[in-house]
Design a protein around this ligand. Structure first.
Ligand code: FUB
Ligand code: ZN
Length: 645
């Protein structure tokens, strides 16, 4: 009998707190109907996601599922125990897409691949093709590296997404069987369960919270809490890499493998919300502050070290060796969104915006077919690229292909990270062309938005549905924004008199359908410098405009490399629309010069202090492009931070 779609709940995204959750805000639904993100999401929907099954086939992920199901013969393909997650993340991306196109080729592919997953599951619920096919047959014996619970987490998230968009139970049933199995295995020593352990790669924790939210089964929340709190007690040997050096509640800074840390803290925020755990909440706030203030690249990228893919020391933020894994940017958005809901503070949405437009979006090419795993802030002249997964050149797919389907799932669910609702009204976190909707005490509110953001700073909002009682429309004034004006039909405010508190401009009144609010954010191009403790960029400035970080790319500067370029900060910046360039961008024009590079045959690259290189030749016009658009033309140098004269 064909399954029904009766339980579908449109507008329910990846994070759906229960009615009893204690967060300050709840997600509101939004649609993205045009503009910047619409274009990126269309590429995702028309190219990246549809190509997923073929890529998963050629990489062997689907073959491994068939092997585990006993419907194919051959060898396990691939080198990692977490290859199933590429399938699950793709399924999650496709599931979010099904909200917009419930029937057709994509839906058929989803059904086909869900059937492969279901067939590979063992009778007791266990599912991991690596351990089923080529491990030593023993489960949960290599929790430090085995990724069994990490894989389970991605399966659960895909299943929740599929259930939320289609109302269908097939994948959710698979996920629940696995979660139930895990629940029989893991617990504290006094629980009577056989294993007190954690996974070296957090992920199952957020998934279990969401499974609780989807099913109402409290066991899943408790299991998530158990896993979060057992990190940091040396169960895996005590390494920071595995989030096992210090318990979350006691930690004072983010550390270890960046993606692992961020997924864990996203779960801690979820738990703080669902259980009103003040200590856990305080820990997440403290750790987010430490991360944002001392360990975040200008692009929002996270992870300073290639070695172990981990955070560095405070202010250790290298350029050409920045790691900034695309997955870490995604995990950061996921954590910050939960923090925004938990606390109601706009700064979390500020970091989400910076990350989305820069460190995250650079991870996928403009055509949606090639990817970056690491996202450096500089590629030097004469760069010799190692190739492989950690290449600074875009790659079609990776041996460790965690990032591409992760990008797909975030883009496919992006509308769920844009707005929230709280006791006093609707909060708009991110500006898009589309519609924001919320329920205020049972009464629908709908606000339509039109904008060419981030190219232009005007956002036109029209109230379409509203209760007859007053409520507050809160608009985030971005952290980068030096000046703005807003006209709400009755009054015009600017930075001197606007009711702005903690980053939110709060317009409280009785609204009527047709009421308009025009927000104008000044989008002047600007120069940014770093805290003096960031040694890697001392004496440098970066060009930014609105939420976009800019970079110089070799392709725009023929006739010489970028290593010699010095930015003249005394000359004004100008902007130029370039509809024909890189899918249509606004470039920033600056002036610099090429400094003389010593070419005296010396065998020693150091000089007596006080020596300064002379400018070589006259001024050079510099063309800066948005960082997200780099590496879409011929290979060459790139840099975000520019030495200043
Ligand atoms: O370990 C699984 C994934 O592979 C991690 O999230 C990424 O950082 C990469 O190491
Ligand atoms: Zn990744």
């Amino acid at each position: 009998m064909p399954p029904t779609r009766s339980a579908a709940r449109p507008g329910t995204g990846p994070v759906h707190p229960t009615p009893g959750a204690r967060g300050a805000l709840r997600p509101a639904s939004a649609t993205i109907g045009g503009g910047f993100w619409h274009t990126r999401r269309e590429v995702n929907a028309r190219t990246s996601v549809p190509q997923g099954p073929d890529l998963l086939e050629s990489a062997g992920n689907l073959h491994n599922l068939r092997l585990a199901a006993g419907t194919a013969e051959g060898e396990f393909q691939g080198a990692y125990p977490f290859l199933d997650t590429d399938v699950y993340k793709w399924l999650e991306a496709a599931a979010w897409r099904l909200a917009g196109e419930p029937a057709g080729a994509l839906a058929a592919e989803v059904d086909r691949i869900i059937a492969l997953v279901a067939a590979a599951q063992q009778p007791d619920g266990y599912l991991n093709t690596w351990f089923q096919l080529r491990g030593n047959g023993e489960r949960y014996q290599d929790l430090r590296w085995g990724h069994e619970l990490y894989c389970a987490g991605h399966l659960i998230q895909a299943a929740v997404a599929h259930h939320r968009t289609t109302g269908r139970p097939e994948l959710l049933d698979v996920a629940r069987r696995f979660a139930d199995h895990i629940d029989t295995v893991f617990g504290t020593p006094d629980s009577g369960k056989p294993l007190d352990g954690i996974d070296g790669h957090p992920e199952i924790e957020t998934a279990l919270v969401e499974l609780y939210r989807e099913t109402g089964e409290r066991r899943y929340l408790d299991l998530a809490g158990y896993f979060v709190d057992r990190h940091g007690h040396g169960l895996l040997g005590g390494e920071a890499y595995c989030q096992d050096r210090v318990p979350v509640r006691e930690a004072t800074t983010v550390e270890g493998h960046a993606v692992r840390q961020l997924y864990l803290l996203a779960a801690a925020a979820d738990l703080a919300s669902e259980t009103a755990d003040a200590e856990l909440r305080a820990a997440t706030e403290r750790l987010w502050q430490a991360m944002a203030a001392t360990k975040t690249h200008l692009t929002g990228g996270l992870g300073a070290h290639h070695d172990e893919e981990d955070f560095g020391d405070p202010y250790e933020l290298p350029n050409e060796r920045a790691y900034c894994e695309t997955c870490a940017a995604i995990a950061s958005v996921q954590w910050s969104w939960r923090m925004a809901l938990l606390t109601g503070e706009a700064r979390y949405a500020d970091l989400i915006e910076r990350t989305l437009y820069n460190g995250f979006l650079a991870g996928v090419s403009l055509d949606g077919e090639r990817w970056l795993y690491v996202n450096p802030l500089q590629v030097r002249d004469g760069h010799t690229d190692p190739g492989g997964d950690q290449s600074a050149r875009r790659t079609r797919w990776f041996r460790c292909a965690c990032c591409p389907p992760n990008v797909m799932r975030l883009l496919a669910s992006l509308e769920h990270y844009l707005a929230s609702t709280g006791p006093d009204g609707l909060q708009i976190h991110q500006y898009v062309t589309g519609e924001y909707r919320a329920d205020l005490a049972g009464a629908p509110v709908a606000v339509r938005a039109e904008t060419d953001y981030p190219w232009h700073g005007t956002v036109a909002l029209t109230v379409e549905e509203t209760p007859e009682t007053p409520w507050t429309l809160s608009l985030r004034i971005p952290q980068w924004c030096g000046s703005f004006r807003v006209h709400d039909g009755e009054r015009t405010y600017d930075g001197t008199n606007a009711p702005v508190r903690d980053g939110w401009l709060r317009l409280e009144r009785t609204w009527a359908p047709g009421d308009r609010v025009i927000l104008e954010l000044a989008l002047d191009a600007r120069l940014t410098v770093a805290d003096p403790r960031v040694d890697a960029v001392r004496g440098c400035a970066a060009i930014e405009r609105g939420p976009l970080v800019y970079c110089l790319e070799q392709a725009d500067h023929p006739g010489g490399g970028l290593d010699a370029i010095v930015l003249d900060t005394a000359r004004p910046l100008a902007v130029k629309q370039r509809p024909e360039l890189l899918g249509g961008v606004t470039t920033v024009l600056a002036t610099g010069h090429r400094r003389e590079l010593p070419d005296d045959g010396s065998w020693w690259p150091y000089r007596p202090a006080g020596h300064t290189a002379a400018p070589a030749g006259g001024p050079v016009e510099l063309t800066a492009i948005p960082y997200y658009a780099w590496a879409n033309r011929e290979d060459g140098a790139m840099r975000v931070w520019l030495p200043t004269s």
